[in-house]
Design a protein around this ligand. Sequence first.
Ligand code: PAF
Length: 268
Amino acid sequence: MHVIKNIDNLRLWRDGLKEKGETLSFVPTMGALHDGHLSLVKEGLKQCDNVIVSIFVNPTQFAPHEDFDSYPRTIEDDIKKLQNIGVQAVWLPNIDDIYPNGAQSDIHIDGVSEPLEGEFRPHFFDGVATVVARLLRLVNPTVALFGEKDFQQLQVIKKMVHQENIDVEIIGAPIMRDENGLALSSRNIYLSAEEYKTAIQLNKILGEVANDQLDESSATQKLLNVGFDKVDYCTVRNSETFELEPPNRVLAAVWLGETRLIDNMAIR
Ligand code: PAF
């Protein structure tokens, strides 16, 4: 596996694939890799001849009060995991590779980025859209893969590549869950044993909304009753526009202490 640390080497490696006529899947990540990331990589290996994974904790998608400094960084472990599943390359950009003129967002996506996560984390999608556009332009992959756990992020990225004329196919992959149904997330390591017992209620309650056993406001109340400290939203929306109609996906963001969890589910 190539461990690429600068843009010149990235370009050399990328040009080599083009010369051989080989296709490339790209999985952008912020590291602290878990089975959810690895499932994206495995799908990438099916889609194309090669897979490259980037590991870059992107400062522009964190607000000053959020967890940028404490975000888990486990680079040695991440590299081993990628090596073990047969990834061809991992790219570790440095801040100047991505933000040569300073870490600032310069892309805004109207509509899909505004409700839900956009309301509670107003800086977030501009940061994600900016970094993903820059990563995609540097890697120039055939396809790029993102998990459906960040469901709104996936739709924002699809709209961003269209708006920015980036020639790539965006593929969404299903949420990976642990044995208790908790959606895998790098932030799950922040949960204490006690908080974990509450966290695993989230997918169960969303399942009840998806099966029409609970409405949004009863679900919000139930989330608070089982021990979540705060519910930013628990709502049924359209999965492409995030408007109220036609509703086909339940999405929630909840807090346990300092940890914010998100999850979502299709409505059958
Ligand atoms: O989902 C993530 O890990 C990040 O938001 C992404 C897409 C890698 C951009 O930093």
